[in-house]
Design a protein around this ligand. Structure first.
Ligand code: CMP
Length: 141
């Protein structure tokens, strides 16, 4: 089955700069279905869970401090090949390298504060969405 789901988090700078609508609009225009959408103050505990694979890396503390205790938007998106489609729309991790036309390429420049996070594999999706959404929130419509 090619239809799959992915997890996305709009980082605090995305909310503070007023780009929630801009980013969601890009996903909608592409044809992705918004299965869940949540605004939440991200606890340090959940931030550490989300980024546990990066623990110990030089940028880890800075990354946690950029997102923890601040308001983020959490999303589950669905569509054909959604994981790779969303990664393409989002662009390269470093916004300075991201292609123009992508979300990071058009709207961001900092590396740690790169506006948005998207799951990079089915395994990441499974692990990450469970930090924020319960089973009964995953129903389609
Ligand atoms: P994200 O997609 O949220 O996943 C891990 C995050 O770590 C990444 O985006 C950046 O915000 C941050 N980060 C900071 N420095 C680096 C780096 N050198 N390489 C990769 N990710 C980095």
């Amino acid at each position: 089955m090619e239809v799959e789901r992915t997890f996305v988090m709009l980082k605090p700078s995305c909310i503070q700069r007023g780009f929630i609508g801009e980013v969601i609009s890009r996903f909608e225009k592409k044809g992705l279905k918004i299965i869940q959408l949540k605004v939440e103050k991200l606890s340090r505990e959940k931030a550490e869970k989300l980024y546990e694979v990066h623990r110990g890396k030089p940028f880890y503390e800075n990354l946690i401090n950029t997102v923890a205790g601040k308001t983020v938007v959490l999303m589950i998106l669905e569509g054909r090949k959604a994981i790779s489609v969303v990664r393409k729309l989002v662009g390269a991790t470093d916004p300075a390298e991201a292609e123009a036309g992508t979300i990071r390429g058009d709207l961001a420049i900092e590396l740690t504060d790169n506006l948005i996070h998207a799951a990079d594999s089915p395994e990441s999706y499974q692990r990450e969405h469970r930090i924020f959404f319960s089973e009964d929130e995953l129903e389609t419509y």
